[in-house]
Structures are given as C-alpha cells and as structure tokens.
Design a protein around this ligand. Structure first.
Ligand code: PCP
Length: 400
C-alpha cells in the first residue's frame, strides 16, 4: 500500500543503486567478485556547525550484514564521533572486510541506515544538551513518512530525548508514548474548559494533565482558566503559539509564569511546542519553560554525510582513492577526554595526547563471518551511554 521497501527487498540487496548491481555483474564476469577488501565508513563533514555527531543505526546495519561472509568492526551504537581525530586525520566509525562482490550492493542501504538515524540522534542530543534537565519529547513523526516513525523515534530517544509521542515509536524503544492534547479536541468540543475537564475525566490517572492554552484567547488568560478548572490536578499548560501571534515567545512565557505564580499555581509547569530547536530552547527555558515537545527540527534533521571507501585490497595492501587514507585502521579514544587518535589496525594503543592516559579501541567486532557477535543493547541503555558522553561534550555555542 505504501511506498516503502520491504525487509526482504532491503536484505536481498535490491534497495540499492543500480551501479552496484552492475559492478557486481562485471566483477563476477571477470573473476574479481571474490577479491577481499577492507572498506571503511567516514563522515567528511557534519551538518551546520556541529562539532560532533552521535552514531546511530548500528543495530540495523548488523542485521543487514547478518548472513554475509563479512566481518564488520564498528563503534558501539550511541558513540560520539568526529569527522577528524586529534591530529586531523579522517576518523572511521566502521569498517567491513570480506569479498567485495559479496557485499558491494549493500553500500547504499548501509549508508542510508547510518546517515539518517545519526542525523536525528545528533540533533536530539544537541536539543537535550540545550534543554538540560528539562523534559524533551519527540513530537516530529508527523513530518515524515509513517513507515519511518519507529526509526525516527528510536534515534531521537537514543540521542537523549526523554520520551516520544508516536505509539509505534514508543514500542520501538520500550517506553509509554507521551503526549498532550491537540487543538482539535478543543475546537470540536467548542469550549476550552469543557475539553480540559473531559480530558481529566476520561484519561487514565497516570496520564499527566497538560492543557493546551493557545486556541482562542491569549495564553495568559487560558492558562489561568485551565489552572482554575483543574487546580492541583493540572500538571502543565502547553503553549504552541502560532507564528502569526508569537512575537517574543519568551515574554509570553514570563507573563504566563508570573500570572500562574501570583495566583498560587506554582505547581503548573509550562510545556512548549512549535518550531523549537537547540538554538531557541535555552532562552525559553530561562524564561520559565520546563518541558518541550520538539518535532520537525529533530525528525527532519540534516543527514550525516557518511561515505564508504575501499582502503585495502588483498594482495595489494593499502590503496585508497585521493582524499582518503589507505589501510585498515583502529580508532583509539581517551575515555576521560573523549580525544581520538587514528592508528593502523594492530598498532600498539597510543597514550592520550591531552592527559597522557590510556586510550581504548573504539572499532569493535559487530559481525564475524556473517554472525552478529556484539551485544545489541536496548535503546534505554544506549540513551544512557549518550547522556554520559554528553556530560563531557559542548555545543559550538554557549548555552545560557
Ligand atoms: C504542532 C503539534 C506538533 C508540534 C506543533 C511540533 O502544533 O503540536 O506536535 O511542531 P514542530 O514540528 O514545529 O516542532 P499543531 O500543528 O498546532 O498541531 P496540534 O493542534 O495537533 O497540536
């Protein structure tokens, strides 16, 4: 019914660029398809001015290569990565070794699995870094093809978001979906108070009472009406102010916060949505917002520009194209400084150039001879790993 590739089409290698199918045919016809190579994945640049990225999509890459006569080494899913190491050398996040003819058609889907999910996860990590301890919910699956909802919400959650609003997205990460109420509820019932009270009456007790307060009147007026209607039961008011009315959104938040507080409604939080990203959240948080629903900026995040390049061919050793470094490599990381050094694979681990401490190899076995050998952690565990790394990372701008 929908224009999405099936698991079978992806696993069979059909979801690929035609020139890989042609290359496979030519190599087979000329007796080269069994030639063993090492091919590595690097990102030549990151979108906007991102100083780092979060690697996501690794579990799906493992499943893609499962059953093929290849070995895959990769950074664990959720690892931070840079385009270049401490000395400026291009940094591999993964490499595949095996007969090129056996895996060449999988370059397109493998890159697709990493590029989009890593973009979403990185943007989510940046938003979470900007929001600090505030609740951030993924609201953006409505902007993308519904077949992608599980992937998008999984990447957003792994990147550090606290919850997701899409039902199948929440299933993909083993969490309960989190949401509020649409303007449609208020418009169909024709009365804000009736709609808020109906929500409170019908919804299960564990669903937080968040009243949308920007439908007909000024946010300040509706926020007071909602607090008076639901009292202690009101968890938060959501402001989703349209662009035509937004003006100084921070000023509106300060007013709503003030008017709620002087009336004894300090318990009512301010939940924002609509056009949010890492750049605007710090100022809105400072103005009094405590929870954010972030949609398009995360679900439609720029993709990370990963590429795969052959760097070694059996019998001929290192052989990379111009602009790439030849030979199989290991990436070493200082666990304290998150500083990286690229070294030839098998070389002795270096000391951290910043603190002199021991460094750890980051490219670990993911698939061996077509068998998945790495542990594939649950999304919540990967998210915890991302948040731990975020403690040591900064954005490229000062978060107020
Ligand atoms: C939107 C809806 C989305 C929010 C904004 C995400 O409001 O609540 O979840 O916006 P973003 O993609 O710009 O981050 P409406 O379009 O007014 O939808 P609704 O009335 O259903 O809340």
């Amino acid at each position: 019914m929908f224009y999405v590739a099936t698991d079978e089409e992806i696993k069979s290698g059909k979801a690929t660029d035609i020139y890989f199918i042609r290359t496979k045919r030519i190599l087979e016809a000329k007796g080269f398809s069994g030639t063993r190579v090492v091919a590595e994945v690097t990102a030549s640049k990151l979108p906007e001015r991102w100083p780092w990225g979060i690697l996501c999509g690794v579990e799906e890459v493992a499943r893609l290569f499962e059953g093929l006569p290849v070995n895959v080494y990769c950074m664990p899913e959720g690892s931070v990565f840079y385009t270049r190491d401490y000395r400026g050398l291009k940094e591999p996040v993964m490499f595949i070794e095996g007969p090129y003819g056996e895996f060449c058609v999988y370059e397109t889907p493998m890159l697709g699995l990493l590029c989009q999910a890593s973009g979403v996860a990185t943007k989510a990590a940046r938003v979470k870094k900007a929001a600090g301890n505030c609740l951030v919910v993924s609201f953006g699956t409505r902007r993308m093809h519904p077949a992608l909802a599980p992937m998008i919400d999984r990447a957003a959650f792994i990147g550090g978001l606290d919850a997701v609003s899409n039902v199948v997205g929440a299933e993909a990460v083993g969490q309960k979906p989190v949401g509020t109420m649409p303007h449609a509820l208020i418009i169909v019932m024709g009365d804000q108070v009736a709609a808020w009270k109906a929500f409170d009456e019908v919804m299960e007790p564990d669903v937080p009472r968040v009243a949308l307060v920007d439908t007909y009147y000024d946010e300040k007026i509706e926020a007071i009406m909602a607090a008076e209607a639901l009292g202690e039961r009101l968890f938060a008011v959501r402001l989703d102010t349209p662009g035509s009315r937004r003006g100084d959104f921070a000023e509106i938040i300060r007013e709503v916060r003030w008017e709620l507080d002087i009336r004894g409604y300090k318990h009512v939080k301010i939940f924002l949505s609509g056009g949010l990203d890492e750049y605007v959240i710090p100022k809105l948080k400072k103005a009094g917002a405590e929870a954010f629903g972030v949609g398009t900026s995360i679900s439609n995040a720029p993709v990370v520009d990963f590429a795969m390049d052959i760097v070694e061919v059996e019998g001929r050793g290192p052989c990379a194209k111009r602009g790439k470094l030849g030979g199989k490599k290991q990436l070493w990381r200082c666990p304290e400084c998150l500083v990286d050094l690229v070294m030839p694979f098998g070389a002795k681990g270096p000391k951290c150039p910043k603190c002199g401490g021991d460094m750890e190899p980051m490219l670990k076995p993911l698939v061996k001879g077509g068998r998945i050998v790495a542990e594939l952690p649950e999304p919540a565990e990967i998210r915890k790993y991302v948040l731990e790394q975020l403690e040591k990372l900064e954005l490229e701008f000062e978060v107020e």
